[in-house]
Design a protein around this ligand. Sequence first.
Ligand SMILES: [Fe+2]
Length: 259
Amino acid sequence: MSIRSDGGYADRTGRVSDFRLTVLRDARRDRRERSTMQDPGSSIPTREFGIIFATAFRKEKTMRKAGTLHDAFVDELRDTYDAEKQLTKALAKMAKTASSPDLKEAFEAHLEETRGQIERLDEVFASLDEKVRGKHCDGIAGIIDEGKSIMEEDFDATTMDACLIAAGQRAEHYEMAAYGTLIAWADAMGHTEAANLLQQTLDEEKAADKKLSALAEGGVNQEAAHAAHAGDEDDDAELVGAGRRTNKTNNRTTKFGTR
Ligand SMILES: [Fe+2]
């Protein structure tokens, strides 16, 4: 018996076994069909069709999930809402730690303002028909952590006050940046009521920042500088001058991403 190139075989007499030929042809056809099964009505093999479909589905899913500026706006509002809540605890601690009665009063006053700002954010969410919800704000958490570390330091009273002002201003500037952006986005999307409410808060943040600058430049920094160089009378005038220059960098209110 010999096998022929067409899959059939011939016996010693040279007769082709039709049965064997049919079986081999059927097997080949099955294999071909399994590897290139066609989607009904399509000329694309099923496997390729599957890949194309999966890719298109993924793209569609991505497009469905892509957020808009409105989503980013609500997300930022939630972040800011949480930031204000974190700050209420921090400000209470800062007020307790401060030695200067004026600084204590400034922190307490801003704590009250901050509680009002949280209520104002409730109104902003309501004006947008959005659920009031906070989302952990890592940025302010980091700033607060730095403030906590400072409060654990063994600084003299005036130096601690100067450091508390610096920590407070870091937080204020973070908030000013957030509210400046929120207002610009609200304006751009025509959320007038939200923009007006947020502007009120931004004005309060700016005023709180200015107040801290006034306290720093109005005596706290100089007092701390004197304490740092007590007994070094010759260099005192020069050092106070240097302190003033430092103030301008550290405490002066800057124009900062706001309108
Ligand atoms: Fe605030």
